[in-house]
Design a protein around this ligand. Structure first.
Ligand code: MN
Ligand code: MN
Length: 323
């Protein structure tokens, strides 16, 4: 059994009720103390209507305090294996899209330059683009993308090229993402045009629709995702509308016929062992929610992704040590 690194005492989650951080983690501003950072991006400037995901980082953090710290699939708590801290929210300008995108990219670039892997609570799905600009600044990454929508439109309905419907098209164009190492899971529902899906498949993305998921089964989807991602670095982006609105009603573009929460967790857990370098949960909109259920789902998925990234970081460290 290889040794695990112990987080400094100051980075162990406390037990204070009323904590406003993710899972009662310490608030950290010195990035060099961290392996992994929880980040909030309270911004929905990529959404014309209906907006509201800017409020999700707060409610996700609140509901995260219902979670326990040990994942049954891991031998130990992620907070004992890695130094994890909540670094708060990116300061954005809700009235200026370009400025906000720049601020998000700058924040994540700073994390990246300290070797810190980010786990993000969005925000709408456009926040993933500036995050990828930082995470993939040296080489393109693969992406496991959960969503009802492919988010590969050329432009939004108003002609804007930077919206929550376009991040993965821009990410491919900017060389941040290797389209042949992208798998999109949970696609379904009506579309404005089929061009966006055609484009995604033409550049080599693998689209797993809900129909495909039922045909392949969970293990088949996991096998396909692992094959597509391979051994190279990859990022997990989870749009909460990938999940059925029966389980996650609090989102701006709910689409029926989606993933159950169990299916989502099972697929995520099946990604263990991949070289995951970060992830996000986006598009939670608290004002459409019931009893903060969707924020609880969002927090739970962030914990699943956190455990995967902790596991990958632990493996990197062991490989480095034995090299
Ligand atoms: Mn979506
Ligand atoms: Mn999306």
């Amino acid at each position: 059994m290889a040794e695990t690194r112990t987080a400094p005492e100051a980075l162990k989650p406390g037990a204070q009720l009323g904590s406003s951080s993710f899972m009662q983690l310490p608030h950290v501003s010195a990035f060099d103390e961290l392996d992994i950072a929880i980040v909030g991006v309270p911004w929905d400037g990529g959404t014309a209507s209906p907006v509201g995901s800017r409020h999700a980082p707060r409610t996700i953090r609140v509901m995260s305090n219902r979670l326990r710290r040990l994942h049954p699939l891991l031998e130990t708590s992620p907070f004992d294996m890695c130094a994890v801290g909540d670094v708060g929210d990116v300061k954005i300008d809700p009235f200026d899209q370009a400025k906000s995108l720049t601020a998000i990219e700058a924040f994540y670039s700073e994390l990246a330059s300290h070797g810190v892997h980010p786990i993000t609570a969005g925000g709408d799905h456009l926040v993933t683009l500036p995050i990828l600009r930082a995470v993939a600044r040296h080489a393109p990454v693969g992406v496991v993308h959960f969503d009802a929508h492919s988010d590969t439109a050329e432009a939004g309905s108003d002609g804007s090229r930077y919206t929550a419907a376009t991040p993965f098209r821009r990410a491919v164009e900017e060389g941040l993402v290797d389209p042949k190492r992208v798998v999109q899971i949970g696609l379904r529902g009506t579309v404005r045009s089929n061009e966006r899906n055609r484009w995604a498949r033409d550049v080599g993305m693998r689209q797993v629709t809900m129909d495909d998921l039922y045909k392949l089964g969970l293990d088949g989807v996991i096998r396909a995702a692992r094959e597509i991602i391979g051994d190279a670095p990859a990022y997990v982006s989870f749009d909460i509308d990938g999940i059925d609105p029966a389980f996650a009603p609090g989102t701006g573009t709910p689409v029926i016929g989606g993933l159950t929460t169990y299916e989502s967790q099972r697929i995520l857990q099946g990604l263990r062992g991949l070289d995951l370098v970060g992830g996000d949960v986006v598009e939670v909109s608290p004002q459409y929610d019931l009893n903060d259920l969707t924020s609880l789902v969002g927090a739970s998925l962030m914990f699943e992704i956190l455990c995967l990234v902790v596991d990958a970081q632990d493996r990197r460290r062991k490989t480095k040590r034995s090299a």
